[in-house]
Design a protein around this ligand. Structure first.
Ligand code: NAD
Ligand code: UD1
Length: 337
């Protein structure tokens, strides 16, 4: 059985392709390489012994999508990672974000429908909860007000994909709401490869550790948390990848619309992460406290018990492994791929 993986050369997509191949699925990647490097394909092959089929194409290219489905009639489901994800950039380029993420997904879902492929697993985000109504966040927590266009694309796409399941009962849609993915493949050959200055905490820390940046800016220490810095639910990217394999198993049950949080259920502050990283790497991370980052919330962590109950999925890796694996990747690949 083949699985079309959009954005499959990206950070989460590449780790998911490895886990798909390990589980016996055929992965077919479509990616326009706007935020990834084709070297990833060599790394996947080195890890799994198998090179996934790769199409360099944009999901907004309807002809390309049609051709991919025609050439691969055994595609049963799609895991849809392709999208732009830089929060700050989305504020300055809203049209580009809506075009890429919303229009791109519409093109994809239309092409899927035309090809009779009506199973999709979608990369959503805890960002759709806005400032969450309660903690830990269950899937019943109401969707909130997003603080940026990136977040709105996720929130809107959840709605669009849900509406599709109402109109046509043949569709199975699983919305996976990721918390904060970090870590890298154990081999140290695949990991997160941000271009420019990292926006997210862990890649920033690893770049400080490897000497590319001189210190970490900690965005605020006056939040209502145990040490005043922001608390998040960090999840190992390999655990996240395995969550997608489990979601595909669920789709086989003709599940209709399902929504799952993928997190560990544990919250760690920025300073907890700095300490855990220092312990895992043996490298000191100098930091400075700076003002809060606009749009940030104090605390965000999941109740992931529904995924455990219904998907049989639970995160296996702790913060130590997440830090060790992020560090191994960065140390071995200081310039990324
Ligand atoms: P990534 O940027 O590493 O991967 C996304 C991939 O999609 C890239 O390889 C990029 O080249 C490709 N892409 C983008 N637009 C495309 C288009 N129009 N056509 C074809 N390919 C296109 O990001 P990631 O961290 O792996 O995230 C994957 C998905 O998960 C994204 O949808 C992201 O919004 C979502 N997500 C990520 C996080 C996170 O912290 N990384 C958290 C929540 C949700
Ligand atoms: C951010 C996005 C969210 C997106 C997620 C994954 C915002 C407001 N939210 O989440 O929409 O889904 O990334 O891509 O951008 N921090 C520092 N210094 C840094 C970087 C981060 O102190 O240099 C702090 C932040 O204030 C936060 C924590 O570290 O408390 C985690 O930040 P980050 O990794 O950017 O993730 P989120 O803000 O949770």
């Amino acid at each position: 059985m083949s699985i079309l993986v959009t954005g499959g050369t990206g950070y989460i997509g590449s780790h998911t392709v490895v886990e798909l191949q390990n589980a016996g699925f055929e992965a077919i990647i479509i990616d326009n390489l706007s935020n990834s490097n084709p070297e990833v394909l060599n790394r996947i092959e080195a890890i799994t012994g198998k090179r996934p089929k790769f199409y360099e194409a944009d999901i907004r290219d309807k002809e390309a999508l049609k051709k991919i489905f025609a050439e691969n009639p055994d595609i049963e489901s799609c895991i849809h990672f392709a999208g732009l994800k830089a929060v700050g950039e989305s504020v300055s380029k809203p049209l580009e974000y809506y075009n890429n993420n919303i229009y791109g997904t519409l093109c994809l879902v239309e092409a899927m429908r035309d090809a009779g492929v009506k199973n999709i697993v979608f990369s959503s985000s805890a960002t759709i909860y806005g400032d969450p109504a309660f903690i830990p966040i269950t899937e019943k927590c109401p969707k909130g007000v997003c603080t940026n266009p990136y977040g709105w694309t996720k929130s809107m796409l959840e709605q669009i994909l849900s509406d599709v399941t109402v109109a046509d009962k043949e569709w199975n849609v699983i919305l996976l709401r990721y918390f904060n993915p970090i870590g890298a493949h154990k081999s140290g050959t695949m990991g997160e490869n941000p271009s420019g200055i990292p926006n997210n905490l862990m890649p920033y820390i690893t770049q400080v550790a490897v000497g590319k940046r001189d210190h970490l800016n900690v965005f605020g220490n006056d939040y209502d948390t145990h040490d005043g810095t922001g608390v998040r639910d960090y999840i190992h990217v390999v655990d996240l990848a395995i969550g997608h394999v489990k979601a595909l198993n669920k789709i086989k049950e003709n599940c209709g619309l399902k929504i799952y949080n993928l997190g560990t259920g544990h919250g760690y502050s920025v300073l907890d992460i700095v300490k855990a990283f220092e312990e895992a790497s043996g490298v000191k991370i100098p930091y400075e406290i700076t003002p809060r980052r606009p749009g940030d919330i104090a605390t965000c962590y999941a109740d992931a018990s529904l995924a455990k109950k219904e998907l049989g999925w639970e995160a296996q890796y702790g913060i130590k492994e997440m830090c060790e694996d992020s560090w191994r990747w960065q140390k071995n690949n200081p310039e990324g791929y």
